[in-house]
Each structure stands twice: as structure tokens, then as C-alpha cells.
Design a protein around this ligand. Structure first.
Ligand code: MN
Length: 310
């Protein structure tokens, strides 16, 4: 899945949303469309741009795909980020300009590192018919690797932890000494929470900031109930996450060391300056080879130049 990220998601106002140890800050998702799918975008928002290195969280609302109407996200470019794809239901085929062709199913992780340039498509037609429900997240790459080579990983098996009244699956990073083998270039963590009714607990790192995204059913954190499609930002200074579910629920925990750099996002690009984004977009538009080619039956996604370059 992809952006596009626009100024409606994240105005370029540096300084907004510094981490603090306080009550839960609820971020409502903004409705957006990705391919034929309706999504709730909870990150980036004007009030909250990053949580650790996590810079984008799209909740792909449950929808039925068929032979006629698929997910249909045609080839599109990325720079400076990793895409993290996680499904609750359904199957999606990933193809990228590295030559990867990988079907993803619930419980599995697709992790694509964009580096200086990669393109991919996400498809269901000819692959799967039925309900699709999932989440796509982006991780901002640190300067050490954001211009580096692109890469793709598929993880069919991920470590799980008993959280009391639920099971935690470690997608990326480490919780309670249990680490995912997925690549990470900064100190961040992503955890799926499959909760039964009751209270569940996970240890946190006090110096890291965290947020909980409710995905299916409601969960409460520190007395604040989070409905699906919302994000509860916890800030820093917590050594334990306590989640209360009144009924079975799914949620995601994202967090990490507060990202030390100001990121600039537009469309499918994560960068530091407008010039970097303009250059990447002109490479994509002119198809000059920077992003390679994706062997997809879907049309390449195109859009106008960024507003500052028109
Ligand atoms: Mn994408």
C-alpha cells in the first residue's frame, strides 16, 4: 500500500508534537483512498508526525476484493523509508523493482527498504478473492541508510509473547528480550496485539516514545478508550503498557527512540529537503531508471509535481 501523503496529513511545521510523558493523546485518523481501498490514516497527522522512526500508519479498512475489483495499487516509487505490511485477513501479492514477487498472508511480514529508490505494486486480482483487512506502516530511514540500496524481506514466522490476556507478535525490534529478525536501521519496535477480554501487559523502554493503534475492536490505555482507526500516543517515560479490552480486539504498538531528524514527506517519498523530493519525483515521472521497473499488469501510478515545484 502507499501514500499519497499530502499537506492534509502533515503540514511542514517543525516542532509540532514533541514527546512528553503525559496522558494519552488521541489522534483521529483521516479518511483517505489508496487504490480502490478506503483507509484511515492515523500517522502522519498535523498534531503528530512521527513515533520513534514510524512516520506513517494506514489502517486499511475491511473490504471485499473480487476478480473484477482488486486492491489495484499499481507500481509507485518510494525513497528514504521502509514499508511494513501486515494483514489481519486476506492475501496480497507484492511485486517490486528488485524482482521480488511475494504473496503475504495474515501473520506474515513484508518489509521493503526503499533506500535511494525502489518501486512496488500491491495486487489481489488473480491471486485472492474475499475480505482484505490490514495495516501498512512506514519507517523513516536514518541518514546512514536512507540513500543506500533497496532491499526486500519476507518473514513467514515471527516471535510471539504471552501478554496476559492476549498474544503479542513482534514484527520489528525487541520486546521483553524477544527480537524479530526483521531488519531495522534505528531503535524502534512494532508489535501486533491479539487481545482477549481482560488486561494485558508488555514491558516498555522508559526512554522511548510509543503509540497504540486500535485496528479491530476497542482497547483502553491509561483509562482512554481507543476506537478502531484511532491512535493513542503515550509519549515517553513509561516502563509498562497496560491494555484493557472489554471484548476481543486487535491493536498495534509502535514506538522507539524519538527520531532525531526532521523528516519531510510528500506523496510516497520520505526525505529531508524539498529538492530531494523534487529530484526523486522527476526521476519517477521521466522513468529515468532510478526506480527500476515492476513486472505488474497494473498501470504505473503518476501524479503532478509537488506544489512547490509547479
Ligand atoms: Mn507503497
Amino acid at each position: 500500500m502507499s501514500g499519497p501523503v499530502s499537506t492534509a496529513d502533515a503540514a511542514t511545521d517543525p516542532g509540532a508534537g514533541r514527546p512528553e510523558a503525559c496522558a494519552v493523546e488521541v489522534v483521529d485518523g483521516r479518511a483517505a483512498q489508496v487504490g480502490s481501498f478506503h483507509v484511515q490514516r492515523v500517522l502522519p497527522r498535523r498534531a503528530r508526525r512521527t513515533v520513534g522512526a514510524w512516520c506513517f500508519v494506514d489502517h486499511l479498512r475491511p473490504a471485499v476484493v473480487s476478480a473484477e475489483q482488486g486492491l489495484d495499487i499499481g507500481p509507485h516509487p518510494h525513497i528514504g523509508l521502509q514499508t511494513v505490511t501486515w494483514l489481519l485477513r486476506g492475501e496480497v501479492l507484492h511485486r517490486d523493482s528488485l524482482g521480488s514477487e511475494q504473496l503475504i498472508r495474515p501473520g506474515q511480514l513484508n518489509l521493503m527498504t526503499g533506500g535511494g529508490g525502489v518501486a512496488h505494486s500491491e495486487e489481489t486480482r488473480g491471486v485472492y478473492e474475499g475480505e482484505v483487512h490490514g495495516v501498512q506502516l512506514w519507517v523513516a530511514l536514518p541518514s546512514a541508510t536512507r540513500d543506500g540500496p533497496a532491499a526486500f524481506e519476507h518473514h513467514a514466522e515471527l516471535p510471539r509473547i504471552d501478554a496476559g490476556n492476549g498474544e503479542a507478535t513482534v514484527l520489528v525490534g525487541e520486546v521483553a528480550g524477544i527480537a524479530s529478525s526483521a531488519r531495522r536501521d534505528s531503535d524502534h519496535v512494532g508489535v501486533d496485539l491479539d487481545l482477549r477480554a481482560g488486561t494485558s501487559r508488555l514491558p516498555l523502554v522508559a526512554g522511548h516514545e510509543y503509540a497504540v493503534a486500535a485496528v479491530d475492536g476497542a482497547v483502553s490505555v491509561r483509562g482512554t478508550e481507543l476506537a478502531p482507526g484511532t491512535l493513542g500516543y503515550l509519549g515517553v517515560g513509561h516502563d509498562e503498557l497496560v491494555l484493557v479490552a472489554r471484548a476481543p480486539a486487535r491493536a498495534l504498538l509502535v514506538g522507539g527512540e524519538p527520531f532525531p531528524e526532521q523528516v519531510l514527506m510528500w506523496w510516497n517519498y520520505v526525505a529531508r529537503t524539498r529538492d530531494e523530493i523534487t529530484a526523486a519525483h522527476r526521476s519517477w515521472t521521466s522513468d529515468d531508471g532510478r526506480f527500476g521497473a515492476v513486472a505488474s499488469p497494473l498501470a504505473r501510478m503518476v501524479t503532478d509535481d509537488p506544489p512547490w515545484a509547479r
